[in-house]
Design a protein around this ligand. Sequence first.
Ligand SMILES: NC(=O)c1ccc[n+]([C@@H]2O[C@H](COP(=O)([O-])OP(=O)(O)OC[C@H]3O[C@@H](n4cnc5c(N)ncnc54)[C@H](OP(=O)(O)O)[C@@H]3O)[C@@H](O)[C@H]2O)c1
Length: 265
Amino acid sequence: MSTTAFDDAARPRSLIVITGSSRGLGEALARQSLEAGHLVVGIARGRSETLERFAHERGLPLQQWQADLAHPLTIAQHLADWLRTQPGDWSAATLINNAGVVTTPGPIDGESLERLSGALRVGLEATVLLSAAFLDATRAWPADRKVLNISSGLGRRAMAGSALYCAAKAGMDNLSRAMALDEEHKAAKGERAARVVSLAPGIIDTDMQAQLRGGDASKFPDRDRFAAFKAEGQLASADDTARQVLKFLSRNDFGQQVLADVRDA
Ligand SMILES: NC(=O)c1ccc[n+]([C@@H]2O[C@H](COP(=O)([O-])OP(=O)(O)OC[C@H]3O[C@@H](n4cnc5c(N)ncnc54)[C@H](OP(=O)(O)O)[C@@H]3O)[C@@H](O)[C@H]2O)c1
């Protein structure tokens, strides 16, 4: 795992952990969070050289941890251990579960069992374990704590050719609703509580969209609709979406509506 060292005296006041930070929406979220003055911990298999350079040139505090979220136990434990070594006097601490995977567009019986398993682990198991590790390790922190899960409209409606993805996002949504109830219950007992949201980010011009419009139409009936999103300029840029997501994250009423869509904000 790579770490860009930063001067302790200039330590930022808030921390954001972002999964899937090596490209797409996660990379844009990480860059804008660095610009806003947060300490950013990014988690992905790859590392973004662009992000590394961006942080290095400006002396901004970035850590990029390379880990495979299809095997999330070790990295979730590492996150908990690392958080416990932190001073804990942040004004805010946020976990953004952004990493997500679409399998080959088509029915689940056309995909390898290994890839189905991996995608479900990245989309759902990693979200559960990282959230649990984050909430437990930061339990005593006075910081404003938030968990933001990056969901999808496909968690709320089904689409042929993407059953695994629909299942992972629907799981993420109801996980978030139940976690929010747990946090409410903690607050009612006078314990420190975190705020939880599952946010659909709209359609974004990233590798994930390329994968969908590159699918085989005979197995993925919506393929042409995804091709049209790109051809007709309907996709938002990762930067614009990240801006909207971070604006949503900073809302005073963040957490009041657990299932949200950035386009309704
Ligand atoms: N793009 C859209 O139109 C759209 C629409 C609705 C929702 N979303 C959601 O928005 C989020 C970001 O999507 P995106 O479009 O930015 O996707 P993307 O461009 O495909 O990027 C996915 C990110 O997840 C990471 N990731 C994938 N598998 C991983 C693994 N096994 N371990 C660790 N990290 C892994 C990737 O990093 P590595 O490959 O380096 O590991 C990458 O940083 C996802 O949750 C997606 O479901 C996207």
